[in-house]
Design a protein around this ligand. Sequence first.
Ligand code: INI
Length: 154
Amino acid sequence: MAQEIHGALQAEGLKFGLIVSRFNEFITSKLRDGALDALVRHGADEEDITVVWVPGAFELPLAAQAMARSGKYDAVIAIGAVIRGSTPHFDFVAGEAAKGLAKAGMDSGVPVIFGVVTCETLEDAVERAGTRMPNRGFEAGVTAIEITNVMRQL
Ligand code: INI
């Protein structure tokens, strides 16, 4: 019988770094609230969560890399909102954020979660912050817990 490994949704005793982009703060603050809610509801202690604000999604990877390398966190969650309607350089900002966050995780071996919503319009972003759709920050928090508990068994 094959052995299967699953990540429990249990965050007790885990330490998290949460990096939040200030750009589109009215969206990202809702995503941050969702992520915190997910971590605490699954057993994390608020004292074990550090929230860092950065200017925009483009700056998320650098801070994620520093937090992931620090050895202080079991997982890092990067939160941002990139909206095509508001920028001609959407593709650069969103693309570099995705690439940089993936690299920070791969280089450090610490899970780095892509909690960045990339949307066509402000309306879409509002929905993904938990109005008509589930809060993407909450989903990022749950993902962080699951992958952390998977990684511990590999
Ligand atoms: N940053 C975002 O997080 N979201 C955006 O939609 C956005 N737009 O529209 O430009 C954005 N730009 C700023 C960028 O992340 C950097 O902070 C800036 O380019 C300085 O490096």
